[in-house]
Design a protein around this ligand. Structure first.
Ligand SMILES: *[C@@H]1O[C@H](CO)[C@@H](O)[C@H](O)[C@H]1NC(C)=O
Ligand SMILES: *[C@@H]1O[C@H](CO)[C@@H](O)[C@H](O)[C@H]1NC(C)=O
Ligand SMILES: *[C@@H]1O[C@H](CO)[C@@H](O)[C@H](O)[C@H]1NC(C)=O
Ligand SMILES: *[C@@H]1O[C@H](CO)[C@@H](O)[C@H](O)[C@H]1NC(C)=O
Ligand SMILES: *[C@@H]1O[C@H](CO)[C@@H](O)[C@H](O)[C@H]1NC(C)=O
Ligand SMILES: *[C@@H]1O[C@H](CO)[C@@H](O)[C@H](O)[C@H]1NC(C)=O
Ligand SMILES: *[C@@H]1O[C@H](CO)[C@@H](O)[C@H](O)[C@H]1NC(C)=O
Ligand SMILES: *[C@@H]1O[C@H](CO)[C@@H](O)[C@H](O)[C@H]1NC(C)=O
Ligand SMILES: *[C@@H]1O[C@H](CO)[C@@H](O)[C@H](O)[C@H]1NC(C)=O
Length: 896
């Protein structure tokens, strides 16, 4: 066969390729002593979904089901399926049963023969089953053991030597113990934002593959900036065959570019190793002129090019294809010496980039539901709309679905990928480490090529936990330290660097001091130092509306405040109105963060007069107020970090180059740090993040001596000239400004600049706002940036005093009209007010959708907002069901 002919045949699928029998879909599940038997099951899936679908249990998210359904976790469950196999299929030389994900401990039986077992949720299991299959019907069984019991048993064994803490989570979590002993989603035994549902099941695709010669298992591609004219595409192709037969054939790589396809063909002739695996490397130089560079969100298009790798064996009877898309970009993590400390920032294509982003917890507490593309897409599209260019996939969850990483690559959202170890010490027995190596191999080979992947981190907070003795490890520090190095450095980092040819970016923990931690035997004296690496910063005691108490780290990778989800979301988990009170037993049950509800109350008191508990709108108002406090506090903290990108203080702090707030999403309806609740509803924080992460912002710092500094900040790659910064002062009693001061400024690319400083009291009292001590209660600042009368940043504001101490005139805010303006379901909402109104908040009670802005200040009597409806609806229906409120809504403060 000529080469041309084979390629034609190959692409018209006439050549024989790897054959697949898909085992997804309907299975049968039974409890192993037949208390529950022969129930229909769905694969991919899990036991909680199956029990719900069979009506054995109700909605796991309802009421107290998180504790009432604990019987499920102690049982063992067996999944069964019959599959018909043809003689043609079985004739192939290699026949494998492949589970992309088994959660977690199982034995796999084919026609009565045990073919293997699983012990790690994050590993892909491949079992050679050729000799166990028959032509005709075959029975496959997967026997799952209770993960809670296995974890306990492993803990008992380990404790004969020494204990690996923490043994149990705080009581408030209502969680399970010893999750650190097993390789399963660490938060499936509960977390401070989530319930315990230690699922078992086949949570990803399962199928049988058959082929004669060899298959391509993984294609790991890496883009290298070779010289000014060329990229090098380094491609490692991992091939496998069970019989360890010589692999002799042809590999073809095909890259689409702007001009033409670049193709390279190489002959393969090699012998697989003892695992039946062989790796072939192909390098291709690509002229930079042929491709556009890939850029993060906000810096240019995130262009991806189709890239196919095809294997054809010697007699052309067998082919295997892997398709992917790759982007051309260079990513660096820069840790360079400063007078004090080291920098810590990312450069993409040589441009230093301030990372604006968030932390992602698992998409769902049930891992199979986290594979839902609609859910992934809703979250990532929302993040993209907020100008987010980095998401940290947090180490207590799961390595997310292929789709998650494909979409982040498409949207220009870089990924900070933790390995799945969080808030614990971990074992280092030989079998445990062997298990971890399998996990690292599979996950790094699966994920590394995605253009969005920027950095891998060994764990979440374990460097700090060890150094600061969170789990009473101090007495035996050297043992735990040795374990730490063995796991994250000798095992994970080594394997990661081997796979990535020492090119991958790896930090050991988050937070960490980076290179400084490495030089201190991987556990720094102070892992939370502001002079090195990243920090996680939380404080629920001090006034969050005061910019002065926030640290000025190089990179803030976690910070945040809690709030409550909306009433509509609460009513999916209770039908009792009393449960929605912050003082209810139910709300206390759902709050896993110790003292969390008290902290929420205390937070509000810094700023607001909270309605009386006897007020009939108290629950609704309290929820709304927590969302204001969360949005406002995270906004102030984020703007603080952004304002510190260009300067170094005398104590060496500064050059802050990242702000990833905690947390994007939720896994149930509960008090939490999320900006989007479990039902997908946006909290006020989500709306505000679209503004505080905007490319150009104007913001302020109110210093302790009441000196007000105004900052202009730009993330844009080129300077902006001749901007008009309008600094308007309003008295709370009028929509007519007291004063407007216009400044003309130029802002350099990627910089933060102090453009004006005021003595607040002098300035406001001179404008007639009142005496030196009362002026700040009567007036506030309103900031906007325009160029040739066109806005280039969201408007901002400065409250010179706490709102509860300010002399605010009560507003009356209402919706005047709602009209559909496009067939795509966009409605215009006309709003009016008779006074300046604060945190004006719209909610669509019935129809799902999002507003163009929400939680905003109204300084003018009229404003329009757009509503993007996700469902069919009418003007009249929306007029009836969309509600509007604001900070000093009279109904919260009168008792009628
Ligand atoms: C598989 O087939 C066998 C024999 O027909 C039958 O006994 C068994 O119930 C079937 N199992 C499933 C899961 O359908
Ligand atoms: C695979 O090999 C078997 C025998 O080893 C042969 O019968 C079969 O035709 C081969 N399949 C293809 C597609 O070449
Ligand atoms: C017990 O722990 C020590 C480290 O303290 C380790 O060297 C040894 O291998 C462990 N023994 C067993 C049986 O796990
Ligand atoms: C070019 O490459 C792409 C992807 O690599 C492939 O799908 C396409 O068929 C190729 N086009 C030609 C003309 O070979
Ligand atoms: C995926 O999520 C969407 C949005 O929540 C939901 O409507 C849909 O039913 C889910 N799909 C599956 C297969 O569960
Ligand atoms: C809602 O409340 C009623 C009684 O108030 C109760 O009978 C019912 O079971 C509740 N609904 C659900 C889904 O639990
Ligand atoms: C900025 O303003 C100055 C003075 O009005 C003018 O000469 C210059 O062309 C302007 N530059 C830009 C880029 O608009
Ligand atoms: C509060 O505002 C009102 C007007 O809205 C004004 O008359 C009054 O003097 C202000 N109070 C103080 C203490 O400045
Ligand atoms: C200030 O600038 C804004 C925006 O360019 C403009 O509309 C306004 O007229 C200016 N006001 C004054 C007092 O110059």
């Amino acid at each position: 066969m000529s080469k041309l002919l084979c390629i034609i045949i190959l692409y018209s699928n006439l050549c024989a390729s790897t054959k697949i029998v898909n085992l997804n879909g309907e299975w049968i599940v039974s409890e192993d002593t037949n208390q529950y038997k022969n129930m229909k099951a769905t694969v991919p899936g899990g036991i909680y979904s199956d029990l719900m679908n069979n009506g054995i249990i109700g909605d796991i998210f309802y009421g107290n089901n998180d504790v009432e359904l604990k019987w499920i976790q102690n049982l063992n469950w067996v999944y069964y399926k019959n599959v018909s196999i043809s003689s043609e299929f079985l004739n192939q030389e290699n026949v494998n049963l492949i589970f992309e994900g088994l959660d977690t401990f199982s034995s796999i039986i084919v026609n009565g023969n045990k073919v293997g077992s699983s012990e790690n949720m994050f590993v892909q299991y491949i079992f050679d089953i050729k000799k166990y299959l028959n032509v005709g019907i075959n029975e496959i069984e997967v026997h799952f053991s209770s993960p809670v019991k296995v974890a306990k048993k492993l803990h008992e064994e380990q404790s004969k030597n020494y204990t690996i803490p923490p043994t149990c989570p705080p009581l408030e979590y209502n969680g399970e113990c010893h999750v650190n002993m097993i390789r399963k989603m660490q938060s499936s035994f509960a977390w401070d934002w989530g319930p315990s549902f230690p699922s078992v099941g086949i949570w990803k695709n399962v199928y049988i593959e058959a082929y004669n010669d060899s298959v391509i298992r993984y294609v790991v591609s890496d883009v290298i900036d070779k010289d000014t004219d060329h990229w090098t595409l380094n491609v490692d192709i991992y091939m496998a065959n069970n019989n360890k037969n010589q692999v002799t054939g042809r590999l073809k790589v095909d890259l689409e570019t702007n001009l033409m396809n670049i193709t390279k063909i190489i002959e393969v002739n090699g012998k697989p190793d003892e695992n039946g695996e062989i790796m072939i490397t192909i390098d291709m130089d690509i002229l930079k002129g042929y491709v556009n560079s890939w850029w993060p969100n906000g810096y240019g298009a995130s262009k991806l090019y189709n890239f196919d790798v095809t294997y054809v064996n010697e007699d052309k009877s067998d082919i295997s294809i892997k398709k992917s898309r790759i982007g051309f970009r260079k990513i660096e993590l820069v840790q360079e010496k400063l007078d004090l400390g080291l920098t810590f920032y990312f450069k993409v294509n040589d441009v230093p980039i301030f990372m604006k982003g968030t932390n992602e917890i698992p998409i769902d507490i049930l891992p199979e539901k986290g594979q839902n593309k609609t859910r992934v897409k809703q979250l990532l599209i929302a993040a993209h709309a907020s100008h987010i260019n980095m998401i940290r996939v947090w180490g207590g969850g799961v390595y997310e679905s292929d789709y998650f990483y494909e979409l982040t690559s498409e949207l220009g959202i870089l990924i900070w990928q933790d390995f799945m170890f969080a808030c614990a010490m971990y074992p280092t027995t030989d079998s445990y480490l062997k298990n971890v190596v399998e996990e690292v191999r599979h996950q790094v080979r699966r994920l590394y090529s995605h253009s969005s992947l920027a950095v891998f981190s060994g764990n979440n907070e374990n460097e700090g936990a060890l150094r600061q003795n969170w789990y009473n490890t101090a007495q035996n520090y050297s043992t735990y330290h040795e374990d730490y190095v063995k796991l994250y450095i000798t095992t994970i980092k080594s394997e990661f660097l081997r796979i990535t040819h020492n090119r991958g970016i790896f930090i050991t923990s988050s937070p960490t001091n980076g290179k400084k931690s490495d030089s201190e035997n991987y556990v720094a004296e102070n892992p939370g130092s502001s002079l090195y690496g990243d920090v996680h910063f939380y404080n629920y005691i001090l006034n969050p509306f005061n910019t002065n108490f926030y640290p000025t780290p190089r990179f803030s990778s976690e910070y945040g405040y809690q709030s409550l989800p909306s009433l509509q979301s609460w009513f999916t988990v209770t039908n009792n109105t009393e449960d929605t009170s912050i003082n209810s037993i139910f709300m206390n049950h759902r709050q896993h963060h110790p003292l969390g509800n008290l902290e929420l109350k205390a937070l509000l008191l810094y700023f607001f007069d909270v309605p009386e508990e006897s007020n009939k709108y108290f629950n609704e108002a309290f929820i709304y107020y927590t969302q204001i406090a969360q949005a406002f506090a995270v906004k102030i903290e984020t703007e603080h970090y952004r304002s510190c990108r260009s300067s170094l203080e005398e104590n060496g702090e500064g050059y802050t180059m990242g702000a990833l707030y905690w947390q994007l999403n939720d896994v149930w309806v509960a008090p939490s740090w999320s900006s989007i609740d479990y039902l997908g509803r946006w909290k006020m924080l989500q709306y505000h993040s679209m503004e505080f992460f905007a490319p150009v912002i104007v913001t302020s710092r109110l210093k302790v001596d009441r000196i007000l500094e105004i900052y202009l900040i730009s993330d844009l790659p080129s300077p902006l000239m001749n901007l008009t910064i309008s600094i308007t002062v309003y008295n709370w009693n009028s929509c007519q400004p007291v004063n407007v001061e216009n400044l003309t400024k130029t802002i350099e690319s990627g910089s933060s600049q102090n453009i004006k400083t005021y003595n607040t009291d002098d300035y406001l009292s001179a404008l007639g706002c009142g005496t030196l001590s009362s002026a700040r209660t009567n007036c506030f600042f309103y900031l906007s940036v325009t160029k040739n009368e066109v806005k280039v940043s969201p408007d901002n504001f400065v409250f010179p005093d706490a709102l509860k101490d300010s002399n605010i005139t009560t507003a009356h805010v209402k919706i005047d009209d709602i009209r559909k303006i496009s067939d795509a379901g966009v409605f215009i909402i006309e709003i009016s007010t008779d006074q300046i109104a604060l945190f004006v908040w719209l909610e669509s009670l019935d129809i799902r959708g999002n507003f163009s802005e929400n939680g905003f200040l109204m300084v003018q009597p009229k404003r329009v907002v757009f509503f993007n409806s996700e469902e069919q609806t009418s003007n009249d229906y929306l007029l009836k069901t969309i509600t509007i409120t604001h900070l000093l809504n009279q109904k919260y403060f009168t008792n009628e």
